[in-house]
Design a protein around this ligand. Structure first.
Ligand code: FMN
Length: 226
């Protein structure tokens, strides 16, 4: 195999094309960002890199707040639109039929249609060249309850998340494994039977006391990150 060496570039894919909402509930704006990621686990921290020419840049610089909303296939046309049009001359929420909803910790609204919305507060702005990097603490994670099953598991895989890869958008493909599967020991027959029995018992209990089970505190959605 031989590889051709190219000049330095941003060839790191796939990335999430997130929709970043900012401004206020009364006067919101939303734009699309691919230069984003998680940069720390505790405290949970993220970044978005934004060109100073964006209308949103000034809103975020002033308020020091924004919300990252994950994008699904149903929201993709709106996400692309919000990445082309500027809030300077377009009411993007009205044009895309997205619904701004009040957040608990920041004045910026979240997007109702998104399965996960992260409320973020800027801790540092780092000018890097073409973009300024807004480092931010994640103050709250808002998840759509429709993806919480009766056991409190958050079925994010059902939300239809999309990826941005080398100029194009893609649906996520088949699940190939879970975290740590490469070193997981195969369960013995005895352990498999015990697991099935445990699950049946939980289902039986749930049928008997549906109210109680539904009130169960939802399980944390984030595993201890690497
Ligand atoms: C898929 C996609 C990813 C984008 N990623 C970024 C980004 O990471 N940083 C950025 O400054 N602009 C990015 N943009 C461009 C802005 O979203 C775009 O300029 C938008 O119109 C800015 O809106 P505003 O003027 O209302 O802030 C992206 C656009 C698309 C379509």
């Amino acid at each position: 195999m031989s590889k051709t060496s190219w000049k330095p570039g941003t060839m790191l894919y796939p990335l999430p094309p997130v929709m970043v909402s900012c401004g206020t509930l009364q006067n919101p704006n939303v734009f699309t960002v691919a230069w984003t990621g998680i940069i720390n686990s505790e405290p949970a921290m993220t970044y978005i890199s934004v060109r100073p020419s964006r209308h949103s840049y000034h809103l975020i610089k002033e308020s020091k707040e924004f919300v990252i909303n994950l994008t699904t296939a149903d929201m993709l046309k709106a996400a692309d639109f919000c990445g082309i049009k500027s809030g300077r001359d377009t009411d993007k929420f009205a044009q895309t039929n997205l619904t701004p909803v009040a957040c608990a910790h920041v004045k910026a609204p979240m997007i109702e249609q998104s399965p996960i919305s992260l409320e973020c507060r800027v801790t540092e702005i780092k000018p890097l060249g073409s973009h300024d990097m807004f480092l931010a603490e994640i103050l709250a994670v808002n998840v759509d309850e429709k993806y919480l099953d009766q056991n409190g598991r958050f079925a994010l895989e059902k939300s239809g998340l999309v990826a941005f890869c080398h100029g194009a958008y893609y649906a996520l493909g088949a699940k190939l494994g879970t975290f740590g599967f490469s070193v997981e020991k195969k369960k013995t027959r005895k352990q498999r039977i015990a697991a099935i029995k445990h699950e049946r018992k939980a289902l039986k209990k749930q049928k008997k006391e549906p109210q109680k089970t539904l009130k169960k505190k939802p399980r944390k959605i984030r595993k201890k990150a690497p």
